[in-house]
Design a protein around this ligand. Structure first.
Ligand code: ATP
Length: 451
């Protein structure tokens, strides 16, 4: 068996996602809606497993981090205070020939020339762009039965603000002490000028963010700690080290709230790009909300009675972007006995299906035994039963969707109660007693897939 470790092409990944039910274009039957995607049966399982892995690492494994699920719609003043109404915008230019719109900063990066020499990426016309104007990325809507200016509300462009406006609620109700964190997973919306690269940049996406409240003066140390923890987590979920790097933001490129920021960049099929950010947001948000709401958002340190507005270290990753990174990392093509095998080498515990169970043939009691194995495994594992087609085809299908183990009931099973367990990566098979199968699979699911 020879295995190709090379980067997957984007169109191969998109086609696999559609063919196998991971991701579909939204509203497909009407021609699709640009930059919105729907997650199919396997996509939704993978997304759930990634979300769970993040939640476990960021909330369950910490005494001092608690969860929150704030509303998507918030008081409109939140976004004025946070600075998003005033400054959450990108510079927009329009090509005067084909009228397509672009982000001026992205155009400048693409063609490091003078603006008058820049060509339109769509029609190629040189130097014919409008002057850049600031375009606010927040989606506006109306709350209540009036659709006038007094009823304007925004779909949140980040989940973080939910944690800031609930800072006092959490403090008063949960016995947390600084340093502590509030973690949240939820949808965010940005009216991106140039969405694209499949699910990398979309207008509706899911964020997994954690705000860690610390004493001023300890913020730089906590920044380093979270940077290292997040790097370790990206490796733990299986992303290859050589495809993850850190980009430090230059001071003049920092967001309006930040004192320091780094991105974990991933080597996506279309190049290096941001996957996760770690930001030192200082006391910017809490201080501004304190001022605008008139409510004290201070922390009183019990032994010393000192008061301060905490600084915030934020870790922010997009769930959809993470899913894209995980899929690109897992995609492998291999030559097996003269045929190309596509295999997703997902970390076993993340795979949408943990085990597939097959009767070798549809007779001699094999389907019945396979069905009873499925019933035994189902409460604790995600299992899939498949009785149709050649066994080779059934294996390949599971390889393409990253199922780590295939269990086959064959003639010998009927005699001695054992089944074969096939390993997705090594293709090796061993026999395991059906009675012991649940324990064996659970152990292998959390161990190295290796052997
Ligand atoms: P970018 O520079 O790519 O626009 P950003 O720096 O504005 O991203 P943050 O505001 O730090 O991003 O958001 C945190 C994370 O949310 C990002 O690292 C990314 O994973 C995810 N994210 C942000 N915008 C989008 C989007 N339009 N589509 C999908 N994920 C996104």
């Amino acid at each position: 068996m020879t295995s190709e470790n090379k980067q997957v092409a984007m169109d191969q990944l998109v086609s696999l996602c559609k063919r196998r039910g991971f991701i579909y274009q939204s509203s497909d039957i009407y021609g699709g809606v640009q930059s919105v995607y729907d997650y199919g049966p396997l996509g939704v399982e993978l997304k759930q497993n990634l979300r769970d892995a993040w939640w476990r690492a960021m909330v369950r494994e910490h005494d001092e981090i608690v969860g929150l699920d704030a509303g998507i719609l918030m008081h409109p003043q939140v976004w004025v205070t946070s600075g998003h109404v005033g400054t959450f915008s990108d510079p927009l230019v329009e090509c005067l020939n084909c009228h397509r719109r672009f982000r001026a900063d992205e155009l400048a990066e693409m063609e490091a020339g003078r603006p008058e020499e820049q060509g339109c990426p769509v029609c190629g016309t040189k130097g014919k762009f409008t002057e850049p104007r600031q375009f606010n990325l927040m989606f506006k809507t109306f709350m209540g039965p009036l659709d006038d200016d007094s009823a304007v509300a925004y779909l949140r462009p980040e989940t973080a603000q939910g944690a800031y406006v609930n800072f006092k609620n959490v403090l008063d109700s949960s016995r947390v002490k600084v340093p502590f964190g509030i973690a949240q997973v939820g949808k965010a919306f940005r009216n991106e000028i140039t969405p694209g690269n499949f699910i990398f940049r979309t207008r509706e996406f899911e964020q997994m963010e954690m705000q860690y409240f610390v004493e001023p003066g300890t913020d730089e140390e906590w920044f380093e700690t979270w940077k290292e923890r997040r790097r370790a987590w990206l490796a733990e979920i299986g992303l290859r080290d050589e495809r993850v790097r850190i980009h430090e933001h230059a001071e003049d490129k920092l967001a309006h709230y930040a004192k320091r920021a780094i991105d974990f960049e991933y080597s996506f099929p279309f190049g290096w790009n941001e996957l996760e950010g770690v930001h030192n947001r200082t006391d910017f948000d809490l201080s501004r909300h304190q001022e605008a709401s008139g409510k004290k958002l201070e922390y009183v340190d019990a032994p010393t009675n000192s008061r301060f507005v905490p600084f915030v270290i934020e870790t922010a990753i997009g769930l959809n972007r993470l899913l894209l990174a995980v899929l690109s990392d897992a995609y492998h093509e291999e030559e097996v006995e003269g045929e190309t095998r596509v295999v997703l080498r997902l970390k076993p515990s993340l795979a949408p299906t943990s085990a597939a169970v097959f009767p070798l043939v549809k007779k001699d009691g094999m389907p019945e035994m396979a069905e009873s194995i499925v019933a035994d495994l189902r409460p604790s594992l995600s299992v899939f039963y498949d009785a149709g087609g050649s066994i080779g085809r059934r294996y390949r299908r599971q390889d393409e969707t990253g199922t780590p183990f295939c269990v086959t009931v064959d003639g010998q099973s009927m005699e001695d109660g054992t089944v074969t367990v096939r390993n997705r990566d090594s293709l090796s098979q061993d026999r395991v007693s059906a009675d012991a199968l649940r324990g064996v699979l659970q152990e292998r699911l959390h161990g190295p897939l290796g052997e």
